[in-house]
Design a protein around this ligand. Structure first.
Ligand code: NAD
Length: 411
């Protein structure tokens, strides 16, 4: 039907059913109206040493230079000991919105007085989570004064252990909503997880020694100062900060996709946390921080919500995600989140270093040259040749690729 609707040729229809290394029947059970699979390159980032353990980090991403940049940054972190970090307890927030409340303060008191009973009710919905040490742990109540009247918003704090937790939390908030309506004297409306996971944070640090940052063209001291100036712009300019944080997520989302994690949830969590942390009167803050040690080395650190799971969601269903998890070799969500934060820090450091020295385009366009050649119509075997010529000419453009291609065809 799709082929008829869109006028697909037989070859195009065939392409739809032949591009997946995963059985389409598996994919068909994951979402609705499946017509094929969309492949992304699956790569591994190298050199990552996190908390004294070496990892090969699977990344699924379409953007050239991300894997190379992460691997290079991780290499530069190794003389300083690699990355060190941890994750807080995996506590997610589920929200219940209560409306038509005559007395918000009274409702707040009545709800908090029944905290134990509400937690028991929530936990009765997920005995398995409770058994592995997780479960609903706390109730918080906020009162919002909005143009549509006061709203009481109840937060259910749930330790979701090795799950991302959205389904677990959503089930619990739906279960306690009727009781919250009764206690508040109003009615419950929205019942859903918040992606602003301020209680589930990853913290990672790395030292980049000034010696390792030195190159033929730049002294280590210049690179350190250059990165500090670059970071400072992000701290004071939301226009720069948006891109600074995008660079962090280049790495994190690629690992999320490879491991079957919900990258939209991570992106939403990261960017909303960056805004939340910026505080009153400011728009956004960098997810990373760079400082100089007394002996002149560069220290990078990262802090962000990391709602990732090694259980549940797609991680345990998608065969490629399972394979990626095996390559990574992590024991649980805390370890996975710590590695992902390290990748985010590495990615960001690589971008700042490039921007503060030779500029981002040199490395990026060199790696992008192959894509440009393919866009110009080159076959994969021609693309490498054309890319090499364009890089040597410093003219990585479609028009130049087309010229070179024509030359190949006529010669
Ligand atoms: P899930 O429900 O598939 O798995 C979690 C369950 O696994 C737990 O409830 C528990 O019963 C069980 N479990 C067994 N051993 C466990 C352990 N060691 N640690 C934790 N749980 C254990 O998955 P989920 O993580 O609750 O939900 C994730 C999915 O929800 C993702 O696919 C995501 O895309 C989706 N989602 C996201 C949002 C959002 O981000 N706003 C909203 C709705 C759904």
């Amino acid at each position: 039907m799709v082929a008829e609707f869109a006028g697909l040729t037989e070859a195009e229809s065939k392409l739809l059913s032949s591009t997946s290394s995963t059985d389409v029947s598996v994919l068909d059970r994951m979402v609705e109206n499946v017509i094929g699979a969309f492949s992304l390159p699956l790569a591994v980032a190298t050199n990552f040493r996190v908390n004294e353990k070496d990892y090969l980090v699977p990344m699924a991403i379409e953007e050239a230079s991300v894997v190379a940049a992460a691997s290079h940054a991780a290499k530069l972190a190794r003389p300083g000991g690699g990355f060190h970090g941890s994750m807080s307890d995996p506590v997610m927030i589920g929200q219940v919105q209560l409306l038509d409340i005559a007395d918000p303060d009274g409702a707040t008191k009545r709800i908090l007085a029944e905290e134990r009973k509400l937690l028991e009710l929530a936990n009765s919905k997920d005995p398995l989570l409770h058994k592995v040490g997780g479960g609903a742990k706390k109730i918080e109540v906020r009162v919002l004064h909005t143009p549509r009247g006061p709203m009481v918003v109840v937060h259910l704090l749930v330790d979701v252990r090795d799950a991302m937790g959205a389904n677990a939390v959503n089930t619990m908030v739906e279960a306690i909503a009727p009781e919250l309506s009764r206690l508040s004297g109003g009615r419950s409306h929205l019942r859903i997880l918040s992606n602003l996971a301020i209680n589930r944070l990853a913290h990672v640090k790395a030292v980049f020694t000034k010696e390792v940052l030195a190159s033929d063209d730049w002294s280590g001291e210049d690179v350190v100062e250059g990165v500090l100036d670059a970071w400072c712009m992000a701290a004071y300019d939301p226009f720069r900060c948006a891109t600074h944080n995008k660079g962090v997520m280049n790495g994190i989302s690629a690992v999320a996709i490879a491991t079957g994690n919900d990258f939209r949830a991570l992106e939403a969590g990261a960017h909303s946390y960056a805004a939340w942390k910026a505080g009153e009167g400011r728009v956004i803050s960098p997810l990373t921080m760079f400082e100089k040690t007394p002996n002149g080395n560069l220290v990078g650190s990262i802090e962000l919500p990391m709602a990732v799971g090694t259980i549940g969601g797609t991680t345990a269903v998608h065969p490629m995600a399972k394979l990626a998890m095996k390559i990574l070799g992590v024991s649980g969500a805390g370890e996975l989140g710590t590695i992902m934060a390290a990748v985010g820090l590495a990615q960001n450091f690589a971008a700042l270093r490039a921007l503060a020295t030779e500029g981002i385009q040199k490395g990026h366009m060199t790696l992008h040259a192959r894509n440009v050649a393919i866009m110009a119509g080159a076959r994969p075997d021609q693309a490498d040749r054309l890319a090499k010529v364009m890089v040597s000419e410093r003219a990585i453009r479609i028009d130049r690729a087309k010229e070179l291609l024509e030359k190949e065809h006529t010669s």
